[in-house]
Ligand binder design. Structure first.
Ligand SMILES: [Zn+2]
Ligand SMILES: [Zn+2]
Length: 258
């Protein structure tokens, strides 16, 4: 009943263009989350077929990492699309923008579902089969700064991690926290300053334990990889055997440059 009323008063809209959603894509069930209208879904599917210029793979099969992540001994980096801040208004930019600013569960669910196949194959590459995921894998995330979390009422990486953990059947753990006062926005800093700032922005969470585990480190978008690298180092120090970075999008500069 509550669901019915919610739909009546807040009919679902496309997260990218805000047209009303009154459809289910072919081959999906009513239980599966729909976040995009037909046109935006077609554009989204096309973005997923873009290829990495370094390894030649489709972006969702590519594991290439920015240099900062490699140096931090990240095991691999799974992503779905390239984030294109310089292109005018691509659908993935709108989706990322949307989940940063709206406490909506549907869109992170849609994105987590999209990530599942890529994450399974990333895990398989390091020798973890589907039936072993619950025993060997933990899901964690890069916590959002307190100020933005309060402003928008959501932590998009946490939402993504939560849903991914449900879908994979792997426990979610809060392993990383932000240092108090380290709330400065990374995007305003130069790449060198980002690295320096990120190193001092994160700490291991209290009682964090991931010794001997494979950790999926989730974020919405990776640009220089400075924050994800800082968190990877913390997880490695805590004893994680492997750290697999997982994000909806990687900045398109990472497509051509390591
Ligand atoms: Zn749309
Ligand atoms: Zn690649």
């Amino acid at each position: 009943m509550r669901e019915f009323l919610r739909k009546l008063f807040f009919p679902p809209q496309c997260s990218a263009c805000r047209t009303l959603l009154d459809w289910n894509p072919p081959g999906t069930s009513a239980a599966q989350p729909v976040a995009l209208c037909r046109d935006c879904l077609i554009r989204w599917e096309a973005e997923k077929t873009e290829a990495c210029a370094i390894c030649g793979c489709r972006v969702s099969n590519c594991r290439c990492m920015p240099l900062a992540l490699q140096k931090a001994k990240c095991t691999g980096f799974c992503k779905l699309v390239y984030y294109s801040p310089r292109k005018s208004d691509p659908v993935q930019n709108r989706l990322i923008y949307y989940i940063k600013r709206n406490a909506d569960r549907q869109t992170p669910r849609f994105l987590a579902d999209e990530l599942v196949p890529s994450v399974y194959s990333g895990l398989q590459e390091i020798g973890v089969n589907r039936d072993e995921v619950a025993d060997f894998v933990l899901v964690t995330y890069l916590p959002r700064g307190g100020r933005s979390r309060l402003q928008y009422g959501t932590d998009q990486a946490k939402e993504l991690a939560r849903t991914l953990s449900e879908r994979l059947g792997a426990p979610m753990r809060c392993l990383i926290r932000r240092r108090r006062g380290a709330d400065r926005e990374q995007k305003r800093l130069s790449p060198e300053r980002r690295l320096e700032n990120a190193k001092h922005s994160f700490l291991a969470a209290r009682d964090a334990d991931c010794n001997g585990k494979v950790v999926l480190l989730v974020d919405d978008v990776v640009t220089t990889g400075a924050s994800m690298a800082a968190c990877t180092r913390i997880l490695r120090k805590l004893g994680a055997s492997y750290v697999l970075g997982v994000a909806v999008a990687s900045d398109e500069v990472n497509r051509e440059r390591i």
